[in-house]
Design a protein around this ligand. Structure first.
Ligand code: NAD
Length: 245
């Protein structure tokens, strides 16, 4: 499939994990991809691997995000925005610090707000475009993730509001909510609780109806569908990509 031939795409948090898999998938279908990430070395490596461009960008910075969108829209077009930048700072509510709270809310909620705001300016002008925001099953609540679950639930509300406001300009916004995906993020959780990553994945898989943890490519495929014209009449939706209901 070459669903993104000639299209310009920006993936925030595109250096690693789900973002990198998404950048690779969209590039393999013909897109010109800008990989925006604050890990510049990893962003450059990913961009070189997929034939895209890397931009150093901290999504909590308005100036960085606006520069990344401008770089992606250099040709005057921006067809797709995927916001994957994310961090975790897990702690039970009674131990959660202001820093834990602020860092997670700033990265996920403010970072996505800034990217969506800058992208919609280009997309509404051109009368088309598609955004995919990355939520999580944690939006439904998860022990130790008051900050993260609040941010991920917020992203679902943001998605629906973007869909309502931008639909009449031909711009769609959808959301994926992954479950356990094997990336640096879940590896970090395994380290925090003192389990090997293999054991952590095996234990998680036992609770998942499809009896395996997800891979970044499992999410990338759904994101590609939502960004593509195959989903031309789909907006404001949240799709759980979690190996179960
Ligand atoms: P990851 O750690 O592999 O990738 C996250 C990327 O975001 C990294 O490249 C990192 O450098 C970048 N990043 C972090 N803060 C940034 C900032 N301020 N500015 C720019 N880039 C920044 O993790 P992942 O699992 O691929 O996570 C991608 C998204 O998927 C996140 O939003 C995460 O919350 C979400 N998610 C992951 C899982 C999972 O199980 N791995 C489940 C649900 C949702």
């Amino acid at each position: 499939m070459r669903r993104f031939e000639g299209q310009t795409v920006l993936v925030t948090g595109g250096a690693k994990g789900i973002g990198a898999a998404t950048a690779a998938r969209l590039a393999s279908e013909g897109a010109q991809v800008v990989v925006a990430d604050f890990d510049e070395a990893a962003a450059t490596e990913t961009a070189e691997r997929i034939g895209g461009r890397a931009v150093r960008c901290d999504v909590t910075s308005r100036a960085d995000v606006e520069a990344a969108v401008a770089a992606a829209a250099e040709s005057g077009r921006l067809d797709v925005l995927v916001t994957c930048a994310g961090i975790i700072r897990d702690n039970l509510i009674h131990k959660m610090t202001d820093d834990d709270w602020e860092a997670v809310i700033a990265t996920h909620l403010r970072g996505t707000f800034l990217a969506a705001q800058a992208a919609q300016a280009v997309m509404t002008q051109q009368g088309s475009g598609s955004m995919v925001l990355v939520s999580s099953v944690s939006a439904l609540g998860n022990r130790g993730q008051a900050n993260y679950s609040a941010a991920k639930a917020g992203l679902q509300g943001l998605t629906k509001t973007l869909a309502i406001e931008l639909g009449r300009f031909g711009v769609r916004a959808n959301c994926v909510a992954p479950g356990f995906i094997a990336t640096a993020m879940t590896q970090q959780t395994a380290e925090r609780i003192g389990m090997s990553f293999d054991d952590f994945q095996a234990t998680a898989a036992e609770q998942i109806p499809l009896r395996r943890v997800g891979q970044p490519e499992d999410v990338a495929g759904v994101i590609a569908f939502l960004c593509s014209d195959d989903a031309a009449y789909v907006t404001g939706q949240v799709i759980y990509v979690s190996g179960g209901p």
